[in-house]
Design a protein around this ligand. Structure first.
Ligand code: SAH
Length: 425
């Protein structure tokens, strides 16, 4: 989501005549786009802010824009006091405050025409930043902003605001625009992406949107994330199974495998519900790969409850598990009511156990690809090898002197490991 947001800011800045620099010291404008989903991410943002501060002291004309979930959608008076050297504060996904600031103070000197103040990122006609134009293979399109769920651990609804679906015309226009600029694969984004359209009767649902995106000429692949177990409907399964461009890869977090912990998280399903969902996904979408998220050390999680998660993960044999150690987030229900009673060392122990288990599981799943032929969409060259992905989102590296960027080619897999595979054209 932040990568997508940052691309939009870059694009908007280029509309005003700015160009990218890789040297912070050279910049006239620095945008720091932040994440606060865990304390570690928030700390990183503070660290970066502190490293930018001296640049402002040396160059008072430097414009510093703090953006994203550290700012949030509510008042940022506290941040203003704490970081007086920041010029502009922007909520997530919103380049407008920065654009307003820059056009007021610099529009005359830069002699940009009227259109510069029209925000391309808002009306669906998205110009990719210069560096990405013609080279970006896989692009992101946010389709639902914010989140109105209240998982007790999660800060996102407080910082990204209530759930808002974007108009389908904007999404389709943006997809076509990305394809014109060389993009071959689009990933639709939302905190609960399957809830797309639920806030507006005039909009299609996610499967309806996928049907329309599938018709775009030149677009090769469509993905979406993140799903929630309670909102995945049969028509969505059918869309994934039947639409040739929609890839058989589902990101659907379980978070915990114990019912009491799930209830305390207010996730709205049981371990058995999730087990059934996985079975249904596998039945309806042959060859589907499934990714999940898990939090260890949620307040009150006993060792026995954790072991339920461990055993379920062992049983389900999923393709990816994004693991996180619980981190108390200000303002959340868990922070207000539940404390943080699992010691850090114990969280780490549980994390490592799942990590080891999952490494073994993925190693076994991926080994089944050995000797198989699979279509790979190539994205970029890393050292002397081309990097691409299978329909199931597995990373594949292939040695080739040719320019494979953006090409979708059959690859025979010659080596597999838990994190990547090697193949030949
Ligand atoms: N809305 C998406 C993504 C949420 S953030 C979803 O429902 O999955 C991505 C992941 O970060 C979550 O799935 C969760 O596993 C993790 N996460 C969120 N809040 C957290 C917290 N307070 N501590 C640790 N991990 C957290």
């Amino acid at each position: 989501m932040n990568v997508a947001d940052s691309q939009r800011v870059s694009s908007a800045l280029e509309h005003l005549g700015y160009t990218q620099t890789s040297q912070a010291e050279e910049a006239d404008v620095i945008v720091l786009n932040t994440c606060v989903v865990r304390q570690s991410a928030e700390n990183k943002a503070y660290g970066r802010l502190n490293s930018i501060k001296p640049l402002k002291e040396r160059n008072p004309n430097l414009v510093i824009n703090l953006m994203g979930c550290l700012v949030g959608v509510r008042s940022h008076d506290v941040l203003k006091k704490r970081f007086p050297f920041v010029d502009v504060f922007s909520p997530p996904s919103d380049p407008a405050p920065l654009m307003a600031f820059l056009t007021q103070s610099e529009v005359r000197e830069m002699e940009v025409d009227e259109t510069a103040t029209r925000y391309a990122y808002m009306d669906g006609d998205l110009a990719l930043p210069e560096v990405d134009r013609g080279s970006l293979v896989s692009g992101f399109i946010p389709i639902v902003y914010g989140c109105s769920h209240a998982c007790t651990y999660c800060i996102i609804p407080y910082r990204r605001g209530i759930e808002r679906s974007r108009p389908p015309e904007d999404i389709l226009a943006e997809a076509r625009s990305l394809v014109r600029q060389g993009v071959k694969e689009i990933t639709l984004l939302g905190q609960i992406v399957d809830r797309y359209g639920k806030d507006n009767d005039a909009y299609p649902n996610l499967s309806g949107l996928l049907i329309r995106l599938n018709e775009i000429d030149g677009l090769q692949r469509i993905r979406f994330l993140t799903s929630h177990p309670n909102y995945m409907t049969d028509d969505l399964f059918d869309a994934v199974a039947n639409l040739p461009k929609v890839m058989p890869h589902i990101e659907v977090p379980i978070q915990a495998g114990n019912d009491e912990v799930l209830a305390n998280m207010k996730r709205g399903y049981t371990a058995e519900d999730y087990r059934k969902l996985v079975a249904r996904l596998r039945e309806r979408i042959p060859g589907v790969s499934i990714a999940t998220d898990i939090i260890v050390g949620f307040p009150g999680e006993t060792d026995e409850q954790f072991m339920d998660t461990y055993r379920l993960l062992d049983e389900l044999r999923l393709d990816v598990a994004h693991l996180a150690r619980y981190s108390t987030r200000p303002g959340t229900v868990a922070a207000r009511r539940l404390g943080d009673d699992v010691p850090e060392a114990e969280k780490m122990r549980r994390f490592r156990l799942l990590e080891e288990l999952q490494e073994q599981v993925i190693g076994e799943i991926n080994a089944r690809y050995l000797g198989q032929r699979t279509p790979v969409l190539f994205e970029e060259k890393v050292k002397n090898r081309w990097k691409g992905r299978t329909p199931t989102n597995k990373l594949v590296f292939v040695e080739s002197q040719d320019d494979l960027r953006g090409q979708l080619l059959p690859v025979e897999i010659t080596w597999t490991g838990p994190w990547s595979m090697i193949g030949k054209l």
